[in-house]
Write a protein that binds this ligand. Structure first.
Ligand code: IPM
Ligand code: MG
Length: 360
């Protein structure tokens, strides 16, 4: 049966990295006879320019009718003058919310070939394999009330609400415990329960859930300590589960454990396993259009898409192995370039992965 992948290139480097992801998707599609149909839509600034809405209803509808969504990146200074509600980032948040993609999986793996590309010492990051499970449709990103108001003094105040219900915590907790069961059976729940009520409940619910997963060893950590531990002793972590904003921040930190944020893919899933796949990095306006961005996070996101939404784990492995072989050959985009390696462009990197698949 034909599977449809809906592709949203987005803004700035989005279209460049997506082209490379598609090269790779097309080659595995053909070689493994996966019967994947690829079609394109608009999100973010691109959608705003074309339709006046960063997340047009057609985009959401087409995403719902597909088997998986592949997203590049959205945003950039050229849309900064727009109203808050019309910002490209709002389009992305509406997609996540509209598709109920509550579980965001961000696997940070240190490739042995890239150990020296990280700003951290090799012995700190060697052999790392951490999975961050970030709650994606709740917490302070979506909590109401929110906004701006004028105080009696005449001063302006901006405000947001951090809240989590038991069911919101439980459903993402379940994904994290299940993931830990399939991996090293260690789960660290990150909160700020020494200060914030919403995360006191977070800790309570996750603790209660651990009775159903006796094989998983559960620990808890405050987010400030977790940030420090991630750079001082990251090998202690297997799976981390946390709320929306803490997950945003901790996943950028863990990106540096992989050598570059250009290496970090992500999967955002709903309760049915439907997912949207995107690199964790942003739209990088400063390097857009220069053919220098690292397309590997997008290519690795394609692998996650094949594994989690299209039921093609072998195709995912083929891609991941090809990425590893290309790194073995010394090909590097500028963000991961080190002494003795070869600088390649965005499109050369995509072609190298494609060739590695063809010649495997
Ligand atoms: C991410 C990004 C987004 C987020 C932005 C672009 C809204 O930083 O996916 O990590 O904060 O979730
Ligand atoms: Mg982020």
């Amino acid at each position: 049966m034909t599977k449809s992948v809906y592709v949203l290139p987005g803004d700035n480097i989005g279209p460049e990295i997506i082209s490379e992801g598609i090269k790779v998707l097309e080659v595995v599609n053909e070689r493994l006879d996966l019967d994947i149909d690829i079609h394109y839509g608009l999100l973010g600034g691109a959608a705003l320019d074309a339709t006046g809405d960063p997340c047009p209803p057609e985009t959401l509808a087409a995403a719902r009718n597909s088997d998986a969504v592949l997203l590049g990146a959205v945003g950039g200074p050229s849309w900064d003058h727009h109203d808050r509600e019309l910002r490209p980032e709002k389009g992305l948040l509406k997609m996540r919310y509209g598709l109920n993609l509550f579980a965001n999986l961000r696997p940070a793996i240190t490739y042995p070939q890239l150990v020296s590309a990280s700003s951290l010492k090799p012995d700190v990051i060697e052999g790392l394999n951490i999975l961050i499970v970030r709650e994606l449709v709740g917490g302070i990103y979506f909590g109401e009330p929110r906004g701006f108001r004028t105080l009696e003094s005449g001063e302006q105040e901006g405000f947001n609400t951090l809240k989590y219900s038991e069911s919101e915590i439980r459903r993402v907790g379940e994904i994290a415990f299940e993931a830990a069961m399939k991996r090293g059976k260690r789960l660290c729940s990150v909160d700020k329960s020494n200060v914030l009520e919403a995360t006191i409940l977070w800790r309570k619910v996750i603790s209660e859930m651990s009775a159903d997963y006796p094989l998983v060893s559960l620990s808890h950590m405050y987010v400030d300590n977790a940030a420090m531990q991630l750079v001082s002793e990251p090998s202690q972590f297997d799976v981390i589960v946390t709320g929306n904003m803490f997950g945003d921040i901790l996943s950028d930190i863990s990106a540096m454990l992989t050598g570059s944020i250009g290496m970090l893919p992500s999967a955002s899933l709903n309760e049915k396993g439907f997912g949207m796949y995107e690199p964790c990095h942003g739209s990088a306006p400063d390097i857009a259009g220069k053919n220098v961005a690292n397309p590997l996070a997008t290519i690795l996101s394609v692998a996650l898409l094949l594994r989690y939404s299209l039921g093609a784990p072998n195709a995912a492995e083929i891609i991941e192995e090809a990425v590893s072989r290309v790194l073995d050959r010394g090909f590097r985009t500028s963000d991961i370039l080190t002494d003795g390696t070869t600088l390649v462009s965005t499109s050369q990197m995509g072609s190298a992965v494609m060739d590695a698949i063809i010649t495997a």
